[in-house]
Design a protein around this ligand. Sequence first.
Ligand SMILES: [Zn+2]
Ligand SMILES: [Zn+2]
Length: 279
Amino acid sequence: MVSKGDFHCHSTASDGILSPVELVKLAYEQGVRVMALTDHDSTEGLEEARGAIEPDFTLIPGVELGTDIPGAEIHMLGLFLDPDQPELQEILKKLRDGRLGRGEGIVKKLQEMGKEISWEQVRRIAGEASVGRPHIAQALLDNGEVETIKEAFDKYIARNGPAYVERDKMTPVEAVETLVRMGAIACIAHPRDLENLDGMLAELKAAGMVAMEVYYKDYAPDEVERLRQLAEKHDLLPLGGSDYHGLHGPDEPFPGGQHTPVPEASIEALLRLGNERAR
Ligand SMILES: [Zn+2]
Ligand SMILES: [Zn+2]
């Protein structure tokens, strides 16, 4: 059964395979009538997507932010964002540039340890690609600081190595606070497998989160029911989506193809919240 609402989809503006226009068309064909475009750290696809919508189709501007807590990665959706806010775009750009900042941080640590390496050299090795640790390892190898790539990782840049730098990400609470400040509705994404979910929901709710994914892609009915009860307990609006990327082969559910459709009441409540914000 197709869900009329799908509040989690990706386009080529991040790592989806369909352009925003193709995505909207596919969702509409499937029977979706309310859809959020939630690309990773980007709202670039929204303008194009808007150009493709039918009169009986509502497009919700959204985004998906990656956040970190020790040992786990948590994704936070922001719905009903205003993409024209300069502060929002600044934050998203910083998140997209995170990999670059991290590479520079690692090189700086290596220099402080007395190793011969420069950021320019690493950039040259990476070429068009975004800088990753293998490029830094290659520079160390080229400069005779190590004898193998593996040695560079083992001695310096492996996770918890002396020159390792964490990716620069927000915590889930910071992501919620940022989204709230931007006037968006914060919704935790695919929370099924998170440890201590109950405690985390309480903390995020206190930070201003109002919704939670319950009717996600392939969640089975008993999992949906467990999450629905948690949403009820914390007074969070139960939403969900297909998290469609188009990357995962023929079994990947299309937009609106969640095992359990998002209930009509949730769709209406979300649209009401969105309208209140627009006023
Ligand atoms: Zn995600
Ligand atoms: Zn996603």
